[in-house]
Design a protein around this ligand. Structure first.
Ligand code: PRE
Length: 254
């Protein structure tokens, strides 16, 4: 029973205000911790604060503890925004986004993952995204996974150039927002890169069989030459001539 002085709605709103204030204070405290992290990490040496293996670990723990009314995708989007913003705070970067056939959805995917503090630059083809990342110090690229693209854009990956660093979505699901399949690419990040799944470029005349474990991500055939982008669990090449072009954390499976 409520007495004349108690208003249940006002009580609940006071509770919401208390929670909002605590969250805001914690986010500001997180910012102060990032200031300390900058000194330890010396991001300027690699040009990028992006740490894909660490992010995968954080997102897995987020999903494992998640419950209740808030959709997991909303929690993911909030944390992606926080993490991308603090990545940008440490070392400013641009996200180069492939905006060919599915430009609007790619824009959604980019904003879902980096929020609005990270500037975006659109490019008509995946190859241009690769070139923009190659020419930068610490920029990232977002390329849609198209199984039959117009060109083998991944030929520009590998060696000292950009590599695949992450695969999206990290939480696949039937009704998730921004559902397009895409790769995040970046210049080499050393041990900060995730490599549970490795990505390879392989060329043949059309007859070569890959092992059962290999996932063919994209194929382009020109003048009798087939060029495939292939992913495998672990680090064994899927074919003798395969060229390594990156790796990523395996998408979350509950
Ligand atoms: O852990 C780090 O190295 C950070 O830079 C911190 C942080 C974060 O905000 O939590 C930011 C960027 C990285 O991609 C991973 C995590």
């Amino acid at each position: 029973m409520n007495d004349a002085f108690s208003d249940p709605l006002a009580d609940i709103r006071r509770e919401i205000d208390r929670i909002d204030e605590a969250m805001h204070l914690l986010l500001m405290e997180r910012g102060a911790v990032i200031d300390r992290l900058v000194e330890i990490k010396r991001t300027s040496e690699t040009g990028s604060a992006f740490r894909p293996a660490r992010e995968a670990d954080m997102m897995r723990r987020l999903a494992a503890r998640h419950q209740g009314r808030l959709p997991l995708a909303t929690a993911e989007h909030l944390w992606r925004t926080i993490i991308a913003t603090f990545t940008h705070v440490q070392a400013p970067f641009t996200l180069h986004v492939e905006q060919g056939a599915r430009a609007l959805e790619m824009h959604d995917l980019a904003r879902f993952h980096v929020g609005f503090d990270v500037p975006l630059e659109g490019h008509g083809t995946a190859a241009r995204v690769v070139e923009a990342v190659r020419g930068s110090t610490g920029d990232l690229g977002l390329v849609r996974i198209d199984p039959a693209p117009a060109a083998a854009w991944w030929e520009g990956l590998g060696g000292d150039g950009p590599h695949v660093m992450a695969r999206l979505p990290f939480f696949p699901g039937p009704q998730r927002p921004a559902p397009l399949d895409a790769f995040v690419i970046a210049r080499p990040l050393g041990p900060a890169a995730a490599a549970e799944v490795t990505v390879w470029s392989t060329t043949d005349d059309g007859g070569e069989e890959l092992g059962n474990e290999a996932e063919t991500i994209a194929t382009v055939t020109r003048n009798g030459q087939r060029n495939r982008l292939v992913a495998v669990r672990g680090d064994a090449p899927p074919a003798p001539d395969a060229r390594p072009v990156g790796g990523y954390a395996a998408p979350f499976a509950p």
